[in-house]
Design a protein around this ligand. Structure first.
Ligand code: ATP
Ligand code: MG
Length: 248
């Protein structure tokens, strides 16, 4: 349990985050594959120095601007996101007037219901994802399912920790896609309009803070901020930070 990890431990935040995923698996929110994904994420985060690098901070501001300027932004939530940042998802949804939709790679109705209940317990008012009455073209049946009045109708979708295939298929639909992924080389990050190479536990609260400070800006201003991010440059910056990282 997290209370057993002393705050003085150099990996305190990382260990607490890991425990939240383990807890998510125990509660039936997170899949076993989600554990492996977390491990991969930890590796990249370690190499990035477990901090938000400058290019990611810029991408987080751009992502907030993109969501604020959207007609219908949707935050896609999977088992890892639900275990790690349920409250922060609700805060971001309120700050950007976004829908929240549970969307699972390993889709089961039971897990969607559990995640939806967990999100509601953590202050997310309305949760989509159970309908699954529309599809993203180019994916096999279960992986393709989304809500017709949710992700299918969105103009901007935030997909933290998305599978590469699904991120690429969603990008092909012409929607703007914000991907949070610690691996700058992942296909998910490559598919993104705005890749946020950062840990979801830092990225989502940072996006909320940006959204709050950008509230009230005109659509033209928001568009300008969103467009200033160069996706290729953001991924390259992160890759350089990882390869040349000075961790101590
Ligand atoms: P792709 O198919 O996109 O090339 P992948 O198959 O390696 O990539 P998965 O293992 O399916 O990707 O998904 C895990 C991804 O999520 C990894 O890129 C990992 O770095 C990232 N990840 C895991 N935990 C976090 C986290 N807490 N915050 C941000 N990213 C994370
Ligand atoms: Mg991926």
């Amino acid at each position: 349990m997290s209370e057993d990890v002393p705050e003085s431990h150099p990996r305190h935040t990382s260990l607490v985050t890991r425990e939240r995923i383990v807890e998510g698996v125990k509660r039936g929110l997170t899949s076993h594959a989600g554990l492996v994904a977390q491990g991969r994420g930890e590796t990249f985060d370690y190499l990035l120095g477990e901090r938000t690098i400058e290019s990611a901070a810029r991408a987080e501001r751009a992502a907030a601007a993109l969501m604020l300027g959207a007609d219908h932004p949707v935050i896609s939530v999977n088992g890892n996101v639900a275990a790690l940042v349920p409250r922060a998802v609700g805060d971001l949804a309120r700050a950007t007037d976004a829908d929240v939709e549970v969307n699972l790679f390993h889709r089961t109705e039971k897990r969607i219901e559990r995640i939806a209940a967990h999100l509601r317990d953590n202050g997310v008012d309305k949760v989509k994802g159970l309908a699954g009455d529309a599809t993203v073209p180019g994916l096999d049946h279960d992986r393709a399912r989304v809500d017709a009045d949710g992700i299918a109708a969105a103009d901007v979708v935030l997909v933290p920790l998305e599978d590469g295939d699904r991120a690429a298929a969603l990008a092909k639909t012409g929607k703007s896609e914000i991907v949070v992924d610690l691996n700058p080389l992942s296909r998910s990050a490559e598919a993104a309009t705005v890749p946020v190479i950062d840990n979801v536990v830092r990225a989502i609260p940072a996006m909320t803070a940006h959204a709050r400070s950008l509230a009230g800006r005109s659509d033209v201003e928001l568009q300008g901020i969103a467009e200033r991010v160069d996706a290729d440059a953001a991924r390259e910056y992160a890759e350089r930070a990882i390869r040349s990282g000075d961790l101590r």
